[in-house]
Design a protein around this ligand. Structure first.
Ligand code: HEM
Length: 298
């Protein structure tokens, strides 16, 4: 939790100084939490810090490559063996690996120099027998994240729905308000690519082994049977008549994906959103600049 609290104070102070750059501050916060938890790296204070620049460059490329149809090799896997196909992918991989290996080396050095900061990579390098991963795989385990987009979305929802902001503030209930914002505008409109490893039938459709399946978060968020009037921002829809959370078989949180590939970072991300947004709403009232109306679908 230390990573969350230190970074949160800094995020709120940054918003105080430059509210117009709130998205940058959220990016810096989210990347700092990942660097701290993964490598035990003290939170960088500037958006221009090389580690922060590198993490964002990797995240941007990664998200671009994930777009369905971005590369034909997704549909024609044999293309990967064609010499010269998409040379930038190989270049990106080389550059990313250098960044990740550099961070693993820096963690190793800081442990040798007596640092007592705990981290995920520190555990892995100190306990090689517990996982048996090679250096490259170990370096890749730490990835970029999407928490900051969740932060912008909640800030945007607060500006557009001031009455709901007041209700959230009354209970400092980042859970329903935050959850609601992520239902209203899912951070990742689609999940990652999955592959069926056996033939199966779903709702009358034959899905062959090897087919690519992509969860449609945006479609789920617009399912009027579960979320009637889906464009309405209404945190109360998560509660029953007694004010208690409705059971999972009635309404379910889907923003982090589902099944065996569900987001492993969801607990870190939810805590980050809860802590940052609670302190932000406690510190400020967020409102829309009437001269520049927000386009919530942009
Ligand atoms: C609000 C923030 C976040 C959201 C909305 C989010 C959402 C998602 C979604 C939708 C998936 C795909 C799940 C699927 O295909 O079924 C995913 C996968 C993943 N997420 Fe997150 N995530 C967030 C934060 C994080 C953080 C902070 C980390 C790491 C520290 C992380 C690490 C990962 C990893 C490694 C995967 C790939 C899992 C796999 O393919 O097995 N995420 N995330």
């Amino acid at each position: 939790m230390t990573a969350h609290f230190y970074g949160t104070k800094k995020y709120v102070l940054n918003v105080l100084q430059r509210p117009d750059l709130h998205q940058h501050h959220a990016d810096l916060y989210a990347a700092s939490v990942v660097l701290q938890i993964t490598y035990g790296k003290p939170a960088p204070s500037s958006f221009e810090d090389p580690a922060i620049v590198a993490i964002h460059k990797i995240a941007d490329r990664f998200l671009g490559m994930l777009k369905p149809g971005a590369y034909l090799v997704g549909r024609l896997p044999w293309l990967r063996y064609v010499p010269g196909y998409a040379p930038e992918i190989k270049r990106y991989r080389k550059e990313e690996l250098e960044v990740h290996l550099g961070q693993v080396d820096a963690t190793r050095r800081s442990v040798e120099e007596g640092s007592d900061l705990p981290s995920f990579v520190r555990y892995l390098v100190e306990n090689p027998d517990s996982h048996g991963l090679d250096e490259e795989t170990l370096a890749y385990l730490a990835g970029p994240c999407t928490t900051s987009v969740g932060m912008y979305t909640i800030v945007m929802a607060a500006a557009l729905f001031p009455e709901e902001q007041e209700k959230v503030l009354a209970e400092i209930d980042g859970v329903f308000g935050g959850q609601k914002a992520l239902r209203w505008r899912p951070i990742l409109p689609i999940c990652l690519y999955h592959q069926a490893f056996a033939n199966f039938v779903w709702n009358g459709y034959h899905i062959p082994a090897g087919a690519t399946i992509i969860g449609n978060n945006w479609g789920i968020s617009r399912d009027t049977e579960v979320f009637p009037d889906p464009e309405t921002f209404n945190p109360q829809r998560w509660l029953n008549d007694q004010g208690q959370m409705r059971p999972q078989n009635e309404i379910r949180f889907f923003t982090y994906g589902f099944g065996r590939r569900v987001c492993p970072g969801q607990y870190v991300a939810s805590r980050s959103l809860f802590v940052t947004m609670s302190l932000l709403f406690w510190s400020f009232r967020i409102s829309q600049d009437p001269s520049q109306p927000i386009d919530s679908n942009a």
